[in-house]
Ligand binder design. Structure first.
Ligand SMILES: C[S@@+](CC[C@H](N)C(=O)[O-])C[C@H]1O[C@@H](n2cnc3c(N)ncnc32)[C@H](O)[C@@H]1O
Length: 230
């Protein structure tokens, strides 16, 4: 089930430029809109606590796919517990909660410096009844309250070599054979290949083929994968 393209050397070897965003966003609150949403999302961004304080490119892939998916299959996440890893601003999880109103709950997670931003964004969008924010450092023990999840989301979390193994450990610790893991990825450097090689030992993964914007995003080196535990 492993995507042929991941195994294809050219997938990573064709690119050896490092295109780090290296951007910063001064604390600001604005509104963000995606086609298909009933109303915009209010979003505080602030990179003073870390790079996650702004919207990264892969987040858009995940968001647009889940907006489309909800129109195709309204009950897709009904009664499901969704956890987002490396949430940063929390935008992806907030939009999931906004459009899948029958979700059981959405848990945004990140490291301590992102906590206030996630809490602020939950509050700005009045989503406290569906969304909570928790600290979760990859590679560390999973708190009990986070241990029963149905769906895991990770957008732009494959970007830091030292975090590849901890991220895989957390994906393993949080998942069972039934857990769906969606990973949105921006190809920036060859070293990322290592993450997929390591992940392949424990997970089966493939590109999400029903994404209507797949080809458009692929042209921008963006891919949405779905992983399942072997
Ligand atoms: C590139 S940002 C992506 C943010 C957001 N998911 C998005 O797509 O806009 C990566 C996120 O992973 C988080 N992160 C990095 N290393 C982590 C670790 N070891 N444990 C938990 N979170 C981590 C960062 O704090 C940051 O919010």
């Amino acid at each position: 089930m492993l995507s042929a393209e991941v195994e294809d050397k050219s997938f990573f070897d064709s690119l050896d430029i490092v295109q780090d965003r290296g951007q910063s966003v001064v604390a600001q609150v604005g509104s963000t809109y995606y086609e298909g949403l009933e109303s915009p999302i209010l979003l505080a961004q602030d990179t003073s606590g870390g790079c996650g304080g702004m919207i990264w490119e892969a987040a858009n892939v995940m968001i647009e796919y889940f907006i489309w998916k909800q129109k195709e299959s309204e009950d897709f996440l009904t009664n499901k517990t969704v956890i987002e890893l490396g949430s940063g601003t929390g935008l992806v999880g907030l939009i999931i909660a906004k459009i899948y109103s029958k979700v059981n709950k959405v848990i945004l997670t990140d490291q301590l410096p992102m906590m206030n931003l996630m809490l602020e964004n939950i509050k700005l969008n009045k989503l406290e009844h569906l969304v909570q924010a928790e600290i979760l450092n990859w590679g560390e023990e999973i708190p009990n309250e986070l241990s029963n999840v149905d769906v895991i989301l990770a957008s732009d979390c494959v970007y830091l070599e030292i975090a590849f193994i901890p991220l895989i450990e957390t994906l393993l610790a949080l998942s069972t054979k039934d857990t769906l893991i969606y990973l949105a990825y921006k190809k920036r450097r060859k070293a990322d290949k290592r993450f997929f090689q390591l992940a392949k030992k424990k997970f089966e993964f493939t590109e999400v083929m029903d994404d209507p914007k797949r080809e458009e995003y692929n042209r921008q080196s963006l891919k949405l994968f779905v992983f399942k535990r072997k």
